[in-house]
Design a protein around this ligand. Structure first.
Ligand code: CMC
Length: 378
């Protein structure tokens, strides 16, 4: 053990093999099962990506219909799940509310067994997470709970349940692309947390709760909201230079929505979100886009030597804000999309390479000491 070294933050530690997601951090490439993220964002729906990740291939139309049928029939949750969420304080932390919904759902899963309908189970959970996420918004706004209606598109059913109004196909397509872009990203902290839980052969809902609690922090999923709050704090494009100088250059604060453990260049998802926001952002969202673009230019220049670039969370919030979501919903939205990645990874792990995850801690405390009875201690 004397030779053991701690890898701080588990940097460059491989905890599993995967056929799900490939990241080339130097070149800014992201692929799901070999397909470039740009191709998927432009051409595939979330349901197609769900099939790709869980079953290994893009679906044919029959397989796609099956995925949609299972999702559509999984939106219903036991009534007490929504009641639990409803009785919690309206000013609850939104991610905590989502955790409560998932934990309530877990109470209905009494005899979970792995390797029995794993992928089917994952699909059902993806359906139910739509209901829970929509109701995080509804509960916080004091609206009565609502279950997504079965329909043609998971994204559209989710939007309509959340806001109880109809959305155009262009709007639902934005939501759909958001879901595709956030669906998986190899093994960030949240997925690692899910894997640790899965490795003990706990159940899938518990994996979800582990993942979402890890997602919440501002260094991970909370970054989308934190980045957007910076744009709000700046308030006007004319104030960007001054803010950057004061807060980042002199203040030494982190620029949220910038930097990544793996990418040493632009995050390809960030680029896609930026171009989507350029097309779609109007009104207030347009103003935040202008602020973000100015901030990006300053940030990229300032952090050039450290290779810190905008990540996916930098522009994504602007798009979601444009669709009508307040910023407190950004992390729940991330979780909604990432449910697929979390579950695809735990299923891959348990099915193909399961072993208890049990790392070591390098002991650096004192050597053996004589025990001193209480009355003799100073
Ligand atoms: N602003 C200013 N400095 C930064 C930033 C940033 N956003 N990111 C990294 N650095 C600096 C950091 O201060 C350190 O400098 P030095 O070596 O001089 O002390 C150096 O870069 C390395 O930082 P680190 O924290 O050791 O690097 P990491 O690989 O642990 O960081 C990170 C990854 C994502 C935690 C970090 O870049 C960060 O805090 N970014 C802001 C939060 C954020 O946007 N998170 C979203 C991550 S991507 C998607 C997601 O998970 O949602």
């Amino acid at each position: 053990t004397e030779k053991a070294e701690v890898s701080r933050g588990l940097e460059n530690v491989y905890i599993k093999a995967t056929s799900l997601t490939y990241i080339d951090g130097e070149r800014g490439i992201l692929r799901y099962r070999g397909y470039d993220i740009n191709d998927l964002a432009n051409n595939a729906t979330y349901e197609e990506v769900v099939h790709l990740m869980l079953y290994g291939e893009l679906p044919n139309s029959e397989q796609l219909k099956r995925v949609k049928d299972v999702l559509n029939s999984s939106y219903e949750v036991p009534e007490d799940v929504l009641r639990v969420m409803e009785v919690l304080p309206k000013d609850s932390e939104p991610v905590a509310l989502m955790e409560a919904g998932l934990a309530a759902l877990a109470t209905h899963e009494k005899e979970f067994k792995w390797k029995e309908r794993d992928r089917e189970k994952a699909l059902e959970i993806i359906g139910k997470v739509s209901t829970i996420t929509a109701n995080v918004y509804r509960v916080k706004q004091g609206l009565t709970p609502r279950v997504p209606s079965p329909g043609e598109s998971y994204a559209k059913s989710f939007l309509e349940a959340t806001f109880s109004k109809s959305f155009t196909s262009q709007e639902s397509s934005m939501m759909d692309k958001f879901l595709v872009l956030y669906a998986d990203h190899e093994v960030p902290a949240s997925t690692t947390a899910a894997l640790v839980t899965a490795s003990t052969l706990s159940d899938m809902y518990s994996c979800m709760v582990s993942a979402i609690t890890a997602l919440k922090g501002p260094l991970h999923g909370g970054a989308m909201e934190a980045a957007f709050r910076q744009f709000k704090e700046i308030g006007d494009p004319s104030k960007v230079d001054d803010w950057f100088e004061r807060t980042i250059v002199k203040g030494g604060n982190r620029l949220m929505g910038f930097g990544h453990r793996v990418y040493r260049t632009y995050d390809p998802r960030g680029k896609i979100f930026k171009s989507m926001a350029e097309v779609a952002a109007q009104g207030e969202a347009r103003k935040y886009l202008e602020i973000a673009e100015k901030l990006e230019t300053l940030g990229v220049k300032h952090f050039e030597s450290k290779k810190i670039y905008p990540n996916t969370d930098f522009y994504a919030g602007i798009l979601m804000y444009g669709l009508g979501f307040p910023d407190f919903m950004f992390t729940p939205l991330f979780a909604l999309s990432r449910t697929l990645g979390w579950l695809a990874h735990v299923v891959e792990y348990v099915d193909e390479q399961h072993r208890l995850i049990r790392p070591r801690a390098l002991y650096v405390g004192p050597g053996k000491r004589e025990f001193v009875p209480l009355n003799q201690r100073k």
